[in-house]
Design a protein. Structure first.
Length: 156
């Protein structure tokens, strides 16, 4: 059982919108990137966007993962970009143990942080602390792209 599976089974939360795995088990299509804590350490490198295959099953939402794994300093680091067509969201608001930074690269939308919705546009940035309920939806008329960086510290 992975860390997320443990959290799901160990913590009783109302509704399935808190954890993407519960949504996946319910048959809802989502686009979500789980950070990897195992495997070889990430090393300094360049990842070209044209070589990345999109991930995700949510209609109108595709994730492109550039880096995902542990580093010398972090238990987990995942980064990449997500494209959202008008009206799309990758998944309902959720929580996870990583901290996350999201930067709007193009378009407009709405980010949800702890129950508060905020309109965003190109150049805006969002920080979600670990285990804070958050989500995003494209509320504009054109594609929205946001970049994400998820980090989890090593516990010593």
């Amino acid at each position: 059982m992975n860390r997320r599976g443990f959290l799901i089974s160990a913590v009783a939360l109302p509704g399935a919108t808190m954890f993407p795995e519960v949504l996946a088990q319910s048959g809802q299509q989502i686009t979500h990137v789980d950070t990897r804590t195992g495997g070889a350490l990430l090393r300094s490198s360049v990842v070209k966007a044209e070589g990345i295959q999109p991930e995700g099953a949510a209609p109108g939402a595709k994730a492109y993962v550039h880096f995902n794994g542990p580093t010398e300093q972090l238990a987990a680091l995942a980064s990449g970009l997500v494209t959202l067509e008008p009206g799309a969201q990758p998944h309902p608001p959720h929580r996870h143990p990583e901290e996350e930074i999201m930067i709007v690269g193009e378009g407009t939308g709405e980010f949800f942080l702890d129950g508060v919705a905020t309109q965003v546009k190109t150049g805006d940035m969002v920080f979600a602390e670990a285990n804070v309920l958050h989500g995003v939806k494209n509320t504009g008329e054109t594609r929205m792209t946001f970049y994400f960086i998820k980090m989890m510290a090593k516990h010593t």
